[in-house]
Design a protein around this ligand. Sequence first.
Ligand code: PLP
Length: 378
Amino acid sequence: MEPTMNAALGAIETSGIRQFTRLARATPGCLFLTLGEPDLDTPLPVREAAKASLDAGQTHYPENNGEPFLRKAIAQFEQKRHMLSYSPDEIIVTVGATEALFTALFGILNPGDEVIIPTPAFGLYASIVKLCRGVCVPLETAGSGFQIPEERLRAALSPRTKAIVLTSPNNPTGCIYSQETLEMLHRVLRDLPVFVLCDEVYRDLVYTGDFSSFTQFADLRRKLIVVQSFSKPYAMTGWRVGYLMADAPVKEQLEKVHQYAVVSIASFVQEACVKALAWDTGDTVALYRRRRDAVCARLDAMGLPYTKPQGAFYVFPSIARCGMDSATFCTRLAREGKLACTPGSCFGAEGFMRISYCYDDATLAEGMNRLERFLQTL
Ligand code: PLP
């Protein structure tokens, strides 16, 4: 007799993005616009701080939730930059936003609990929910400019709803929730026993002045879990640092998950993270905005419709007019057009593809040339 694996793993597939990337890698000469990570280097002062920490012997177990000086710096940063009031004791520094999401969902879900996931969505949420033996309830937003319509939200809610995930700016659309959508969400969710998981890892990569967040509703603080990351704004994907913020009683339960899963993040990156918080991201935002405008101008010229991204570094054009599903379209684009973009199906949305614009100008221009040529062959 063979031992059996955790049955929850049977419900999870390898990341669709990984599978597709493997296929494209096997195509000689293929250009990639698939990555969800900055092409920039981590700022020099941040790297230097990590080296200094190593030289100073900061190589021992740190505090579980992150060193007090880092949590204090995060609390001050959140207050100043995002007007969010969390004390250092309401913050857990995690192994990227990925662990923050895992810790949050594992900490709140009982088997059979439902999590509403507006789609298109980053695939990680569904995988974690399934690992936690929860149930994903997709809420389709493609037909409503990637905003959440009230009637669909109400239809998705049930007595088993435990949480809703709000990702703004969004991966893969780059869209942000309007104030109207946020107020509707607040009105509907206010009196329900539902956690609101705000994944705001792209919050500091926003190209509009009127970004607002669900975290503005301080009356729901008890139900809010805010997830952040150093990965995207500071080009620190490989450092694996993020954090979550939650009201003290919630955080006190969540820290048990964090403690037993990972103990803590690495010790010698924590001073460096303080430096990152002080880094001015203005140039980075200006760079991505310029790239977004360049890619969108090319899509306009090709006649591919899209909802203008207002944050993150993705655009999600519709390929519905091409008469193929997104996996077929992207596979043909990779094989025949030598350009890899991610099928919308990887994000639970047919009829779209994700173009990532965290690449240099020449790569983006060549990518758009290849897309244009491929479209002409159809
Ligand atoms: N949330 C969203 C919306 C993302 O796009 C990503 C990464 O692509 C993550 C979370 C995970 O980020 P991290 O590198 O901090 O684990």
